[in-house]
Design a protein around this ligand. Structure first.
Ligand SMILES: [Zn+2]
Length: 337
């Protein structure tokens, strides 16, 4: 079977002789594709961002540069790579992700699924060597809604133990954890038990502030990838980035509404094929929207991440949504409940 590197190179050649990052330029109207106004405006901004040297910056870009800086941390779940198991293919995807992060000087956070490592610790080392922060994401990615809390905690423990030697070797200061599916407990007993376990073991929960449907775009992208249909892949990439910027704007608005101020955002992504192709474009679009990229530590220094929240339910929500949906009866003195 053709490996990913060959496919990427092949697709790059047929999409654009320069590189796959220019895919979006093709979708801004050069090809005559019919777009609505919002798409067109976004496309033009992306287009101008790539061609600023020639055309100068657009008003939109200049305006966003003058505004107060906004901050975001980029995080990836399901490391080393999700839904791809061949070591070589995983190496290629890791290279693409780390290359894009380096290009934009991003120090990201990554969350590892223990039983997804398959002895490919070298890939995790690449993240650490590049100065990114790693944390655990359980051993087998269980859903807290579905299993007893005791088994869930055992799974956290096992997942953490697998990566601990690596984190120690690379002298990583803190130990981070992210809940699979962002499910933090559909009953108070579960929620409370896991929170107490994390606290007792100095594992820092890393919520997200910008949830999104990136994983759905990845599933679609994987199918297109098999067909090597470059036009459809490019179109999907374009729609993916448009979706992510819309989600980011929505999270900005919600933070303003709930807290009355901007927050340090934490964006949820996955280490997947989709981002191996489009992370550069995504980071460029986020940057063009006035964002500076910050580390996990810095993002979590925003007080929103230590605020008491009491959402008990089956949904995987962002921290802002959790605050909105918190049960007033469980706040602030939850201990007595
Ligand atoms: Zn996950």
């Amino acid at each position: 079977m053709e490996n990913i590197r060959t496919k990427i190179e092949y697709t790059e050649r047929i999409v654009n002789p320069l590189n796959h990052r220019n895919v979006l330029i093709d979708r801004t109207g050069v090809t005559g594709y019919t777009v609505n106004m919002k798409k067109l405006t976004f496309g033009i901004v992306v287009f101008l961002s790539f061609t600023g040297m020639i055309f100068g910056q657009s008003d939109t870009v200049q305006k966003s540069k003058k505004a107060e800086p906004k901050y975001i941390c980029i995080t990836f779940d399901d490391l080393p790579v999700v839904r791809v198991h061949d070591h070589f293919d995983r190496m290629v995807i890791t290279d693409e992700l780390l290359g894009a992060l380096a290009e934009f000087n991003v120090k990201a956070g990554g969350f590892v699924i223990g039983n997804n490592i398959h002895d490919h610790f070298d890939l995790l080392e690449q993240w650490l060597k590049a100065g990114h922060t790693l944390g655990s994401h359980t051993y087998s990615h269980p859903d807290l809604n579905d299993i007893p809390v005791k088994l869930y905690i055992q799974d956290i423990e096992k997942g953490h133990e697998i990566i601990e030697p690596l984190l120690a070797t690379y002298k990583q200061k803190n130990r981070y954890f992210r809940y699979p599916l962002l499910h933090q407990g559909d009953t108070f007993t579960k929620k409370d038990a896991v929170e107490k376990y994390l606290e007792g073991n100095k594992l820092i929960n890393v919520p997200v502030s910008v949830d999104n449907d990136e994983y759905i775009y990845n599933l679609q992208f994987e199918k297109l990838f098999e067909t090597v249909d470059s036009t459809k892949m490019a179109q999907l990439g374009y729609e993916y980035i448009e979706h992510m910027i819309a989600e980011l704007e929505e999270a900005e608005g919600l933070a303003e509404k709930v807290l009355g101020r901007p927050i340090n955002h934490v964006l949820l992504l996955h280490a997947n094929q989709l981002n191996a192709f489009f992370l550069n474009d995504l980071l460029q679009a986020i940057s063009d929207n006035g964002y500076d990229f910050i580390s996990l530590d810095k993002a979590l220094s925003d007080p929103i991440y230590t605020m008491e929240e009491a959402y008990v339910g089956h949904k995987g929500l962002s921290i802002i949504e959790r605050l909105v949906k918190s049960d007033p009866d469980l706040m602030p003195a939850r201990e007595g409940k």
